[in-house]
Structure formats: structure tokens, C-alpha cells
Ligand binder design. Structure first.
Ligand code: ADP
Ligand code: MG
Length: 246
């Protein structure tokens, strides 16, 4: 249902993604792991088209878009694909001037033109799901990092994306606060939310992901089940990276 084919991304002369392809089945979780600068964030941003790939194809469900150097793409081509995605950032990125519930409702009201009362009902249900309904009227700055990230997850899920993209969702958090975010992500994974998650946290990857892609130097160096990749990596670069973490 989600297919990323032969994605290349260049920033000037710097080739940051080199012919990356992957297919995600609906209801599965894929973890992107690998050293800093390996291209994880760029790959996520190429899936939701926050970055425009230099070449390749992104297909999510029925929405598909192809890229080639010099080809200009308009909002009408980008938007149908982006709409299928929700994004969770390392630093939460809640709108600071809006309450928790307004953060979650924002996309439904302004982009999807939902009625406010219906958006509010859905937002509350999502806040309930992430254990944050009791903070619906709070300001983001009054929340802990773990609470802010749980609100960010609810916000990302509000428009019912086909895939939730998470970029290092726990790395700005102390272990204790990371745990509450891991719990939410684990629950979502169990409920069949399709996710792609960049993470340094091998424990998180082991808990939620069926597939691990090891990305280094803009290439998928190795792929497989978490237990296989983490316990018996085959490629030298993967071995070195796993060893460096333990
Ligand atoms: P990771 O998330 O695995 O740490 P990134 O995708 O952030 O890796 O970065 C991969 C490479 O792309 C890095 O060399 C980084 O400097 C480069 N890069 C990322 N974004 C930009 C940008 N907007 N402009 C130029 N170079 C970028
Ligand atoms: Mg990154």
C-alpha cells in the first residue's frame, strides 16, 4: 500500500539518498535505524513531501507522484500524497499559541473544513487514546515533553492518515518520559497503525517494528526483522553501528 521506489535526493552535489526503495504493507511498522546523517529524516521528509525527491516515485494507496530533475510539481500533485501522511517530530512542534485540543483540531478545521463541533469530538477521542484528554484545555508550554509528544501524536492522527511518520519520537525525552510515548506507539502498532519510525532506540524498534531498515550513507545497507538485524547483523556497517550502541 505504500511504495517508495528508487528515491534519490540531492542537496546540490550532496547525494543524501541513493536509490532507496521500500514497500510497506498496511498495518505494519518499519523502523529506520542507522548513524546520524545517514538519511533517515530526509527519507521520512521525502515520503510526506516536505522535501521533494530529485527522482523516484512515492505511492501511498491510490495517490502517486513521480519525480525527475527539472520537472516542476504543483500543490495539486503534492497535496493528495501528503494528505495520506501524518508526521511526528523529535521536538513535538505543537503550535504554542493554541491549547492542546485546538492543536489537535487545527488540521481538521482549516484543511479538511470539518465542522468545529465534529472536529472537537474527534480530537477529544484521540486525546483520550493517548491519555491526554484531561489536558485538553492546557497550553503546550505547561506540559512535560512526554505529554507534548502524546498530543503531537494525536494531532498527527486526526486526519486519519494512512501512514504515521515518526522522526526520533523519543530522543528529546528522558527515559521515564520516553516510556509513556513508547507505550502509546506500542498501542497504536498493536491496533494496526501503519508507521515508519526513525529511531536510535533499539528497544523501541524491537517492541513496535516488524521490519528494520538500516540506513547509512543514503543507502539501505541491510533489512530484516529487528531480532535478526540487532542480534545477528550481516553487513560490516550494521555490525559496527549495533556494537557502538551497546
Ligand atoms: P539522519 O536523520 O539519518 O541523521 P538526515 O536525513 O538528517 O540524516 O541527513 C542526511 C544528510 O543530508 C546529512 O549529510 C545532512 O547534512 C544532509 N541534509 C539534510 N537536510 C538538508 C538540507 N535541507 N540541506 C542540505 N543538506 C541537508
Ligand atoms: Mg534525523
Amino acid at each position: 500500500m505504500i511504495e517508495v521506489s528508487h528515491i534519490e535526493k540531492r542537496f546540490g552535489d550532496n547525494v543524501v539518498l541513493k536509490d532507496v526503495s521500500m514497500t510497506l504493507a498496511e498495518g505494519t511498522v518499519t523502523a529506520l535505524v542507522g548513524p546520524s546523517g545517514g538519511g533517515k529524516s530526509t527519507l521520512l521528509r521525502c515520503i510526506n513531501l516536505l522535501e521533494i525527491p530529485t527522482s523516484g516515485t512515492v505511492r501511498i494507496g491510490e495517490a502517486s507522484i513521480s519525480f525527475q530533475p527539472g520537472k516542476k510539481l504543483g500543490w495539486s500533485q503534492i497535496q493528495p500524497v501528503r494528505r495520506q501522511t501524518g508526521m511526528v517530530f523529535q521536538n513535538f512542534q505543537l503550535f504554542p499559541h493554541q491549547t492542546v485540543i485546538d492543536n489537535v483540531m487545527e488540521g481538521l478545521v482549516t484543511v479538511l473544513k470539518w465542522r468545529k463541533d465534529e472536529a472537537r469530538t474527534r480530537a477529544l477521542a484521540l486525546l483520550e487514546k493517548v491519555g491526554m484528554a484531561h489536558k485538553a484545555d492546557a497550553w503546550p508550554a505547561t506540559l512535560s515533553g512526554g505529554q507534548q509528544q502524546r498530543v503531537a501524536i494525536a494531532r498527527a492522527l486526526a486526519p486519519s492518515p494512512r501512514v504515521l511518520l515518526c522522526d526520533e519520537p523519543t530522543s528529546a525525552l528522558d527515559p521515564e518520559l520516553a516510556e509513556e510515548v513508547v507505550d502509546v506507539l506500542t498501542r497504536l502498532a498493536r491496533e494496526g497503525t501503519t508507521m515508519v519510525m526513525a529511531t536510535h532506540d533499539l528497544r523501541l524498534a524491537s517492541r513496535v517494528a516488524e521490519h528494520v531498515l538500516f540506513l547509512d550513507g543514503g543507502l539501505i545497507v541491510e533489512r530484516g526483522a529487528p531480532s535478526r538485524i540487532f542480534q545477528t547483523p550481516e553487513q560490516e556497517r550494521t555490525k559496527k553501528f549495533i556494537a557502538s550502541l551497546s
